[in-house]
Ligand binder design. Structure first.
Ligand code: 4AD
Ligand code: MG
Length: 462
């Protein structure tokens, strides 16, 4: 069906006129003049629409009259140089087919709609310029991520989505069960998970890290890139309950190597984006964030700051800024602190490393001071935390102690501990939140607008 059709992107990039071409797409606008009808047709292949001109000679076939904004059409005609200034090529239509009409109640008749409104029609918003651009960028960036790792001989590991362990230990997991919730089996008042599907408690993963580590200690450098889930009840513009994470894990490596890799990757992706998505990116610069190019250029060029957590606290305390939360050693950094460091004080990306062990996950490698762990967060302007990572505790005894200190059950982590008994080696990794990254490189301020169907507390449509 329509196998000979060409993409609008390829036609707009043509070097010469062509006869008898075919395209399929959706009408963005229609304008009727006395002898002609002008259609702007977009097929999703690129930001630009192509103009198709239908010679109606004063008469329009009844079916063609129904072709309005939103309709799906197939167009045959000749690609000719456009006399207009706005485009190089246009199509002189020889045949136009209405594939699917869009009646007058098509909700996107206007040129511009608010992000809030478009969120209520997430099934139609990819047909707007902005969301089309966003989801082409998202696709390209996913490809670039694979290319970055594959070029460096990393292996891609598919870690499971259903899991029996809580990687971050924060208890923010969605339960997976086939129990009839009206009659959950119990023994002495306690739920009998032995009767559940997996005969134990199961959850959606918050991170692929624990499952990818054994592969790092076998295949060397590896990465996983998949959906992760958090039942964290934070309704902010930077949190969603389902998001995608890129998690490399590198063998025979320490925290400095980990930061090197993160920095190289962020820079590579921005370079790739600017080289391959220039048109789509320009839309965000024009309508969303005027500072975008300047920020991306700055990140591409400047070296990232590497700042020990203790120093970060000193800088924040000496800043003279009255933060809502007072910066204190031992407490997590709040978004206001993160943004002060990266946007005001340093004005470039900042790695904060060597964090107090009490506020970090059990698997992070303890430093010699006994108080901190070899963890790092990458803070970037506009976002705050973009990446979280660490060197992993590879010493069996220390890891065993950390598991006990965190009251985790040996039953759930025996396999993880075993990787430290047999051929353990220093290794490190990080997680980059894909949606946060897309916000960072497009200037979009709400995470709900960088993922096709956002899932947030009390919100699960579609
Ligand atoms: O800092 P986090 O929790 O780190 C981990 O999960 C590690 N296991 C990663 C690793 O070392 N392999 O999460 C990593 C990143 C954050 O920096 C943030 O960008 C993103 O994941 N993230 C979220 N993005 C959107 N919505 C949420 N609720 C997020 N929670 C974390
Ligand atoms: Mg984190």
């Amino acid at each position: 069906m329509f196998k000979d059709r060409q993409s609008v992107a390829s036609l707009l990039g043509a070097t010469s006129a062509q006869s008898a071409i075919q395209i399929c797409g959706w009408v963005r606008t229609r304008r009727d003049a006395k002898l002609f009808s002008f259609f702007e047709i977009n097929d999703g292949s690129c930001l630009a629409s192509i103009q198709a001109i239908l010679d109606t000679d004063g008469e329009t076939h009844i079916e063609l009259k129904a072709i309005g904004t939103g309709a799906a059409v197939a167009v045959e005609g000749d690609l000719v140089e456009s006399p207009g200034k706005e485009q190089k090529w246009e199509i002189r239509v020889t045949n136009m087919l209405l594939i699917g009409a869009a009646p007058a109640d098509y909700p996107m008749q206007k040129k511009r709609h608010s992000d809030e409104f478009l969120r209520t029609i997430a099934h139609l918003r990819p047909r707007t310029n902005k969301f089309g651009a966003m989801f082409r960028i998202r696709s390209r960036m996913a490809f670039a991520i694979h290319q970055f790792f594959q070029e460096r001989e990393f292996h891609y590991v598919h870690t499971p989505i259903i899991t029996g362990s809580d990687c971050e230990g924060a208890g923010e997991m969605f339960r997976v069960t086939t129990f009839d919730l009206a009659s959950v089996p119990k023994i002495d008042g306690a739920i009998d998970f032995g009767e559940d599907f997996f005969a134990k408690e199961a959850h959606l993963t918050v991170s692929g890290q624990l499952a990818v580590e054994p592969y790092c200690l076998a295949l060397g450098n590896v990465y996983t890139f998949g959906p992760t889930f958090r039942s964290e009840n934070s309704n902010t513009s930077r949190h969603v309950s389902e998001f995608w994470m890129i998690e490399p894990e590198i063998a025979f490596a320490d925290l400095a190597d980990d930061m090197d890799l993160a920095e190289e990757m962020v820079r590579y992706l921005i370079k790739y984006l600017r080289a391959h998505c220039a048109d789509d990116l320009a839309l965000f610069e024009k309508f969303v964030d005027k500072e975008l190019t300047a920020r991306l250029e700055q990140v591409e060029k400047s070296e990232f700051v590497r700042l020990p957590y203790t120093k970060a606290i000193d800088i924040l305390r000496a800043s003279g800024v009255s933060f809502e939360h007072e910066p204190t050693w031992g407490a997590d950094l709040q978004t206001e602190h993160e943004r002060y460091l990266t946007e005001t004080h340093f004005r470039r990306p900042v790695f904060v490393f060597d964090w107090p062990k009490e506020i970090k996950a059990f698997y992070m490698r303890e430093n010699d001071d006994g108080k901190t762990v070899a963890a790092m967060d990458l803070l970037v302007p506009h976002i705050g935390e973009l990446i979280g990572g660490s060197q992993r505790e590879e010493r069996y005894d220390k890891l065993h102690r950390r598991i006990e200190e965190n009251s985790l059950s040996h039953e759930d982590y025996w396999w993880y501990l075993e990787t430290r008994r047999f051929g353990s080696a220093p290794h490190a990794g990080f997680g980059l939140g894909f949606e946060r990254f897309l916000m960072f490189v497009t200037g979009v301020t709400n995470i709900r607008d960088v993922i096709p169907y956002p899932r947030t507390p009390k919100h699960l449509e579609f």
